[in-house]
Design a protein around this ligand. Structure first.
Ligand code: NAD
Length: 249
C-alpha cells in the first residue's frame, strides 16, 4: 500500500518544477491530486502526464476568488483534503534602489498573501491528521544582494508556518515548511532573472554547499512526501531544509 493511499492532495504551482514532481510522487504513493496554476496549457500537459488521478484548476494564488474556486472544485470532486501543498511562488530580484511598488506588491501578493489565503480557504475542509506544507526556501535565513524582496517573503512564509501550526493544532492539522536550497526548474522563466543569472546563482550555492551541486526536483519532492505522510506525524511548526548543507556550515 502506498504512503498516501486514498489521500486527497492539493498542490499550488503543481504544473511545473518542484510542484509537478511532487504531484507525480504523491500519485505514485496512492493519492489523488489537484494541481493549481495559472497556465492552462501547462496544466493540461501536466494532467496528461500525471494520469487519471490528477485534476487541474486554473487560477492565480494572489486572487481570492480563484482560491475560492479551487476550494469549491476540489470539494465538489473529492470532498475533504488531507494534504495542502502551498508551493506556488516566484522571485523578483533587484537592487534596493531599483525596486518599485509594483514589484514589491507582486512579490508579496504571490508568495505571502497567496500562501496565507490558500491555507485560510482550505481550513474548513481539511481532515483530521492532515498536513499543510508551505514551500519556503533555504534563503529565509540568508541575505544576498538583490534578494531583499524574495528572501523576505520566504522568511514570512516560515513565520506563518509557526503561528498556523499553533492555531491549527487543535483541529489536528500539522503545518511545516519545506525549504529547498537551489534546484533547476522553470523558476528563472518566471522571475526577472536571466537564465544566465540563475545559473550564476546555482554555481554560487553549489560552490558554498558541502555537496557542491544543485538539488533535483525529486530530492525536494521526497521531502514533501515525508511531510505529507504519517511518517512525519510528530512534526509540526518545523522546517525541513533540503539544501546540500548550504545553510548549515
Ligand atoms: P517553477 O517556476 O517551476 O514552479 C513555480 C510554480 O508556481 C509554477 O507552477 C507556477 O505556475 C506557479 N505560480 C507562480 N505564480 C503563481 C500564481 N500567481 N498563481 C498560481 N500559480 C503560480 O519553480 P519551482 O522552483 O518549482 O518553485 C516552486 C516553489 O519552490 C516556489 O515557491 C519557489 O519560490 C520555491 N523554491 C525554489 C527553489 C529553486 O531553486 N528552484 C529554491 C527554494 C524555493
Amino acid at each position: 500500500m502506498g504512503k498516501l493511499q486514498n489521500k486527497v492532495a492539493v498542490i499550488t504551482g503543481g504544473n511545473s518544477g518542484i510542484g509537478l514532481t511532487s504531484a507525480q510522487t504523491f500519485i505514485n504513493e496512492g493519492a489523488k491530486v489537484v494541481i493549481f496554476g495559472r497556465n492552462q496549457q501547462s496544466l493540461d500537459e501536466a494532467v496528461e502526464t500525471l494520469g487519471p488521478n490528477a485534476y487541474s484548476v486554473q487560477g492565480d494564488v494572489s486572487k481570492l476568488e480563484d482560491l475560492e474556486r479551487l476550494k469549491k472544485e476540489t470539494e465538489d470532486k473529492f470532498g475533504n483534503v488531507d494534504i495542502l501543498f502551498v508551493n506556488a511562488g516566484l522571485g523578483v530580484f533587484a537592487p534596493l534602489d531599483q525596486i518599485d511598488e509594483a514589484a514589491y506588491d507582486k512579490q508579496f501578493d504571490i508568495n505571502v498573501k497567496g500562501a496565507f489565503f490558500t491555507v485560510q480557504k482550505f481550513q474548513s475542509i481539511m481532515n483530521e491528521n492532515s498536513s499543510v506544507i508551505l514551500t519556503a526556501s533555504a534563503v529565509h535565513e540568508k541575505g544576498v544582494p538583490t534578494g531583499s524582496l524574495y528572501f523576505a517573503t520566504k522568511a514570512a512564509v516560515r513565520s506563518l508556518s509557526r503561528t498556523l501550526a499553533a492555531e491549527l493544532a487543535p483541529q489536528k492539522i500539522r503545518v511545516n515548511t519545506l525549504s529547498p536550497g537551489i534546484v533547476r526548474t522553470q523558476f528563472a522563466d518566471k522571475t526577472n532573472l536571466s537564465n544566465e543569472d540563475f545559473e550564476g546563482f546555482i554555481e554560487m550555492v553549489a560552490s558554498q554547499a558541502p555537496l557542491q551541486r544543485a538539488g533535483t526536483t525529486q530530492e525536494i519532492a521526497n521531502g514533501a512526501l515525508f511531510l505529507a505522510s504519517d511518517e512525519s506525524a510528530y512534526m509540526t511548526a518545523a522546517d525541513l531544509l533540503i539544501d546540500g548543507g548550504w545553510m548549515s556550515i
